[in-house]
Design a binder for this molecule. Structure first.
Ligand SMILES: [Zn+2]
Length: 322
C-alpha cells in the first residue's frame, strides 16, 4: 500500500465525530469554557508552535525562507528525539529543541529554557512548578485560561494517541501536506488567548507540495509509512543492510530528494505569510522541526532509528510579529 493510501486508511478510521475524542467540529463552545476555566492573565499572548516535520537545518539554510525569518534570527538547534511521536511529546512538556550548551547542568538549562516561556506567553509570573506532576503544557495553559489547539498532519499523532491530552481541539488534517488548509482551519477566539501546535508535512517524505499530483511523487520501495512493510526490512533476523539495496540509496536520487525538501520549505514559507497576516496582535510564533532527515549520509535515509548529527539538527526561529 502506498503512502497516500496508508494515510487515507488511517484518516478514514479517525474522522472527527466517528471515532476518537474529537468533537464534531473539534471546537469547545465558549459558554462551556467560561464555566470551567479561570479568566486568563491580563495581556497574555497567543502562542503558535509550527513544526515543519523532518525539516533539517541545512535544508532551511538552502531554502532561505525570507517570510519565516522575519520572526527573528535563525538558530541551529537540536531535537531531543529522532522521530515524530517522542519529539512532539517533548514539545508538549515545554522542551523545545535545545541549543546543546556546554559547561552547564541539564537542570540549569531546563530552568533557563522554561523562563523564556514568560516572554512567549507574556505572563511574568508563569510558574512551571505548577506543571508538576503532569509536566504537560496544554493542561497547564488550560488552567491559566487558555484555549488549546493541536492540528496535525502525521497519522502517528492522530487524535486517538495519548498526545491528545489537554486540548480543547485536536484534529488530524485531511492531507498530510497542506499548511494553508491548516492555517485556514485555525479558529482564533477573542475571549481568551489561544495556544496552537501545528504539525505540517510538506517537508516530510515524499517532500510533496499540495499542488503536485500524487502520481508524480517520488516512490521509494519500503519507506512509505512508519509501520508499513516492517517485515520487508527484516531478513534472517537482521535489518537489511544498505549494501543490499544500492538503488534505495542512490546518490543522485538522494540529492533530488533533498532538493525537494528545500522546495517544500520555500512553499511553506510562502504559505506562512497568510498565518502572519491573520494572526491577531500579541501572538508569539515559534517555527522549528521535530527532527531532521538523512539523505544518504553514511548510508542513512529518513529519520527514526538513526544515530547521526543530521537527524537532530533543526532550524529554530521565533518572535512576535506585532
Ligand atoms: Zn516527524
Amino acid at each position: 500500500m502506498a503512502l497516500i493510501d496508508r494515510l487515507r486508511a488511517v484518516r478514514a478510521t479517525l474522522r472527527p465525530g466517528e471515532a476518537g475524542p474529537v468533537a464534531s467540529e473539534g471546537v469547545v463552545s465558549a459558554p462551556a469554557l467560561r464555566a470551567a476555566r479561570p479568566a486568563p492573565p491580563d495581556g497574555a499572548s497567543n502562542y503558535v508552535i509550527l513544526v515543519l516535520d523532518s525539516c533539517r537545518f541545512d535544508t532551511w539554510v538552502r531554502a532561505r525562507p525570507r517570510v519565516m525569518e522575519r520572526l527573528g534570527p535563525l538558530e541551529k538547534r537540536y531535537t531531543y528525539a529522532t522521530w515524530t511521536a517522542p519529539s512532539h511529546y517533548n514539545l508538549l512538556i515545554g522542551l523545545l529543541p535545545h541549543s546543546s550548551p556546554t559547561h552547564v547542568y541539564a537542570s540549569e538549562y531546563y530552568k533557563d529554557d522554561f523562563l523564556k516561556f514568560k516572554e512567549r506567553f507574556r505572563i511574568p509570573d508563569l510558574s512551571f512548578g505548577r506543571m508538576v506532576p503532569t509536566l504537560w503544557l496544554p493542561t497547564y495553559l488550560q488552567s491559566l485560561g487558555y484555549r488549546t489547539n493541536m492540528l496535525v498532519s502525521m497519522p502517528v499523532l492522530n487524535p486517538a494517541t495519548p498526545i491528545n491530552s489537554g486540548f480543547d481541539r485536536y484534529q488530524l488534517m485531511d492531507r498530510h501536506n497542506d499548511v494553508t488548509a491548516m492555517i485556514r482551519a485555525m479558529r482564533w477566539y477573542v475571549d481568551r488567548p489561544n495556544f496552537f501546535v501545528l504539525n505540517t508535512g510538506e517537508t516530510h517524505y515524499p517532500y510533496a507540495t499540495p499542488d503536485e499530483p500524487e502520481n508524480e511523487w517520488p516512490r521509494i520501495s519500503g519507506v512509505n509509512g512508519v509501520f508499513k512493510h516492517l517485515d520487508d526490512h527484516v531478513r534472517a533476523g537482521g535489518l537489511v543492510h544498505t549494501s543490499e539495496a544500492p538503488r534505495f540509496f542512490d546518490d543522485t536520487r538522494m540529492k533530488q530528494l533533498h532538493a525537494r525538501q528545500v522546495e517544500a520549505v520555500r512553499w511553506v514559507d510562502r504559505a506562512v505569510e497568510e498565518l502572519f497576516d491573520t494572526a491577531p496582535a500579541n501572538t508569539w510564533i515559534t517555527i522549528t522541526a521535530d527532527h531532521g532527515e538523512l539523505f544518504g549520509e553514511k548510508g542513512y535515509f529518513g529519520h527514526g532509528p538513526i544515530q547521526h548529527a543530521k537527524v537532530t539538527e533543526v532550524p529554530f526561529v521565533e518572535g512576535r510579529l506585532r
